[in-house]
Design a protein around this ligand. Structure first.
Ligand code: GDP
Ligand code: IMO
Ligand code: MG
Length: 408
């Protein structure tokens, strides 16, 4: 069975936590896109792990994890992360595999990424990890894949400096190389999780272009870049926060306009610890945008939603969520492609009462207070998508499953 997990907003929805939780029932986890721009946090019995390239199933001793064909891999960052895992007692050897179709991020790409940002009148606010450059090289057919590392003809195209770099790492990368499609065919009866990075609104096609990342973070990106055909996806889960965050630049219709000390924006950033896992940048905060979430559900065929961070609202008397945009003199519930329209979209807000009690110890949906359930049920009605998992804290244990994704 193949279960896909993607971010349904602008990233950092809690994908790492949810993949880690669901991986207990899987045998294989394939990360299908992105690179070291991602930061997936897992908290296991109070111990925190920040993963950037290694798929989130790695903390279990028996899971096999694969860096998929859609990924762009910085070898230095990968082996630094594997060393970090080893220092925390995680034995990864024999369990971390890399698709031979994945691309390599060369050291100069980071510099090129920063230079491209400096040239832009409106910078994207990239993570500076060379991700856009790696995908551009791939699209222009000048990239280097893991499969090319022992092919002298492919390496002949490289400059001496680039060739020296890949030759330095080839010895460590090649033993991890697999043919992903063949591997997944061989393990066709295994339960497999496909872990997305970034989110639907950062996807190169469905996101808020050009303020997006450069990979396929949409559900469709789990198919070819994940090593299976689209017909073999059994379930698609979309992870979203009770509110919205965004790191970097670009339109964000529900962003709080007031970010001064004592504001709701700062309250949420502090309670939700909304600082980037990769860059440490403070995340921009705003109310839940149901227009954007419904769009993400539609273009990704999301079967079930996973709600995270609802505990961050525990202390609020009331809060709001966006149910439509006012763009000029037009009201719409459709998510526009035009950046200009999105930038001037004013959210039409619906008010909800808070529950004023801690959700962090709730173990079942029935234990949630009525007002929290009312919020969840409104989201389900608006998006026409059931919420099957509710996360009430960062720890693995703080997860309420209403319906297992592994049931066909
Ligand atoms: P990802 O990129 O989607 O994996 O998300 P990140 O790890 O970048 O950011 C999510 C942050 O929220 C991490 O620090 C998680 O430990 C934390 N987190 C995940 N789920 C919850 C939740 O339900 N409540 C709270 N308060 N924190 C959560
Ligand atoms: P995870 O997987 C949040 C954002 C950057 C920037 C834009 C382009 O942890 O959810 P890039 O370096 O990819 O060229 O930057 O995309 N971005 C993310 N924001 N979470 C992420 O990943 C992100 N990966 C990239 O902040 O706005
Ligand atoms: Mg993240």
């Amino acid at each position: 069975m193949n279960v896909v997990i993607i971010g349904a907003q602008w990233g950092d929805e809690g994908k790492g936590k949810i993949v880690d939780y669901l991986a207990s029932d899987a045998q294989i986890v394939v990360r299908f896109s992105g690179g070291a721009n991602a930061g997936h946090t897992i908290v296991r019995s109070g111990e925190k792990f920040a993963l950037h390239l290694v798929p989130s199933g790695i903390l279990y001793p028996d899971k096999v994890v694969v860096l998929g064909s859609g990924m762009v891999i910085d070898p230095e960052a990968l082996f630094r992360e594997l060393e970090m895992l080893e220092s925390k007692g995680i034995d990864w050897k024999g369990r971390v595999l890399i698709s031979d179709r994945a691309h390599i991020v060369l050291p100069r790409y980071s510099q090129m990424d920063r230079e491209a940002e400096a040239r832009r009148i409106k910078p994207i606010g990239t993570t500076g990890r060379g991700i856009g450059i790696a995908y551009a090289q791939k699209a222009s057919r000048d990239g280097i894949r893991v499969a090319d590392l022992d092919d002298p003809d492919r390496l002949a195209n490289l400059t001496d400096e680039d060739r020296r770099f890949v030759e330095t790492w080839a010895g460590q990368l090649l033993p991890l190389k697999i043919d992903l499609a063949a591997f997944l065919r061989e393990h066709r009866n295994a339960w497999r999780l496909f872990e997305g990075a970034q989110g639907a609104l950062l996807d190169i096609d469905t996101g808020t272009y050009p303020f997006v990342s450069s990979g396929m973070s949409c559900a469709a990106g789990s198919a070819a870049p994940g090593g299976i055909g689209p017909r073999h996806i059994d379930r698609i889960l979309g992870v979203f926060k009770a509110y919205t965050t965004r790191v970097g630049n670009g339109p964000f219709p529900t962003e709080f306009s007031d970010d001064s000390p004592g504001s709701l924006s700062q309250y949420i950033r502090t309670v939700g610890n909304e600082y980037g896992t990769t860059t440490g940048r403070p995340r921009r905060c705003g109310y839940l945008d149901l227009v954007a979430l419904r769009y993400a559900c539609t273009v990704n065929s999301i079967d079930r939603l996973v709600l995270t961070h609802i505990d961050v609202y525990d202390g609020l008397d009331e809060f709001e969520a966006c149910v439509a945009y006012r763009i000029g003199d037009r009201i719409t519930q459709d998510f526009p492609a035009s950046i200009r329209d999105l930038a001037r979209a004013e959210p039409v807000l619906k008010r909800f009462s808070g529950w004023k009690t801690s959700l962090s110890g709730c173990l079942s949906y029935d234990e949630l207070p009525l007002r929290a359930k009312e919020y969840i049920e409104f989201i389900e009605d608006f998006t026409e998508t059931p919420v099957s998992i509710v996360s009430v804290g960062s720890d693995r244990a703080q997860t309420i499953v209403r319906e297992s994704p592994w049931i066909r």
